[in-house]
Design a binder for this molecule. Structure first.
Ligand code: NAD
Length: 405
């Protein structure tokens, strides 16, 4: 997302950036093993990076719960490449559906877009996909208009469990108007290349298995540990009871270590794995490291002053240096006074399609639950302002200028 090279150019400190996958962290040896996974490889494509201090922010991977066929047949929503694959698959489904002499059932299957997981990822994607159909696809390929259909499948009784009841109902109503089908109490148990098998619970409480044919299947059932993180946890005895990720203390230090910090979805600090938490943790760590650097340089200054004092020729000179010493000591005390990480929750926001969003926002003393088009503008501006640095905006503007030219 971020143009890292350009970003680093403007930093005072020398930073080495390697485009690589970290394949293993050796905690005892203090080494990170890295691989060049890109298409073009040189003579060296795997090597080691030794560290004194390490920050782990590798996020999470997609949870599949070991359900057969998910990895082989679904598309996910984590990396930029995933989004490109989804886009390619949608277009292929549309073109194949309009292939000459395709049977009506096959057309229906190919144009059935199924999203599994009714958390914010699944809900936002289903909304965006329906928008894409309404705004573009149906104009580009009118033949698909009557058969293109989005279904959201969720195992629990409702979608967006982290939002208030009123907003859940608003979301379900809006989806209904947008013609997106929500299938709650429906748990996917098996996936094949053309249909999913799900167990649904009817109003009478009876369970039944059914086959749901699909053209596109997007899997959004939450986060799971990355193997790199699981392996690091297995090397640290204090992490043995942690299940969801690297347990960290209030300064984001990985418990059981002194020189490893973790942020974002791979860290467990008792907050939800959201972008909002991750960005605040990132800002906190930046402050913490700046503080550590300042502490180090102030301590050097103190050492230099006391050596100077010893060499001073007379009392007035010694007193003068002592004054300077006290001043630096005061600054050091101030710098060292940094409190632990405290998350400030700005509210939950999710886009639900047709330019509407839902938001549970904490405001002064109370909570505000809102849904609608105004909330959408709030959502868009909050996301645009938080997603990218000014560096990115600058680059995007350049790009726009170039394309316009
Ligand atoms: P999630 O864990 O929030 O939701 C996954 C859903 O999938 C659950 O409701 C679960 O019941 C359902 N599910 C699991 N297995 C299933 C199965 N076999 N069949 C049917 N349904 C099944 O996952 P997410 O939506 O990817 O979100 C992950 C994290 O990222 C959350 O903390 C979320 O808050 C955050 N997030 C936030 C936003 C936002 O704030 N707008 C957007 C995206 C993600």
């Amino acid at each position: 997302m971020e143009p890292i090279r350009n970003f680093l150019r403007h930093k005072k400190t020398a930073v080495h950036y390697y485009e690589a996958e970290a394949t293993k962290i050796d905690y005892e040896k203090k080494i990170v093993y890295i691989n060049d996974d890109s298409e073009i490889k040189g003579d060296v494509s795997s090597t080691e990076v030794p560290f004194d201090m390490l920050v782990v922010g590798v996020g999470a991977e997609n949870a599949t719960f070991g359900i057969p066929g998910v990895r082989e047949h679904s598309l996910f929503l984590k990396e930029v490449g995933d989004a490109q694959a989804i886009r390619k698959r949608i277009m292929d489904c549309c073109e194949t559906a309009t292939f000459k002499d395709q049977s009506p059932e096959e057309v229906k299957r190919l144009l059935h877009m199924v999203v599994v997981g009714g958390g914010p990822t699944g809900v936002e994607f289903a909304g965006e996909l329906q928008d894409f159909f309404e705004a573009d696809l149906r104009k580009w390929i009118p033949d698909i208009s009557n058969n293109f259909h989005v279904t959201l499948v969720e195992a629990l009784p409702n979608v967006l469990p982290m939002f208030s009841k009123q907003l859940i109902e608003y979301t379900e109503r809006t989806f209904n108007e947008e013609k997106i089908t929500i299938r709650t109490k429906t748990m996917v148990k098996n996936v094949t290349d053309k249909y999913i098998e799900a167990e649904s619970t009817g109003p009478d409480g009876k369970k039944q298995m059914e086959k749901i044919p699909y053209g596109l299947l997007v899997w959004a059932t939450g986060n799971a540990l990355r193997p790199l993180v699981r392996d690091l946890m297995s090397q640290i005895p204090a992490q043995k009871d942690s299940r969801r990720g690297l347990a960290v203390n209030e300064y984001l230090v990985v418990k059981g270590t002194e020189n490893i910090w973790a942020v974002g979805d791979c860290a467990v600090a008792n907050y939800a794995p959201t972008a909002q938490v991750a960005s605040q943790e990132g800002a906190f760590l930046a402050r913490l490291f700046n503080q550590m650097a300042q502490t180090e340089s102030l301590e050097d200054e103190l050492r230099a002053l006391s050596a100077e004092q010893e060499r001073a020729p007379n009392q007035p000179a010694r007193d003068k240096i002592f004054e300077a010493y006290k001043e630096v000591q005061k600054r050091l005390r101030r710098v060292k006074q940094m409190g632990p990480f405290e998350y400030s929750h700005q509210g939950s926001l999710a886009y639900i399609g047709s330019e509407k969003a839902v938001a549970d926002i904490s405001w002064l003393t109370g909570n505000v639950a809102t849904g609608g088009t105004l909330t959408y503008f709030f959502w868009r501006s909050a996301y645009l302002s938080m997603c990218f640095s000014s560096e990115f905006e600058h680059q995007s503007l350049n790009l726009v200028a170039l394309t316009n030219a």
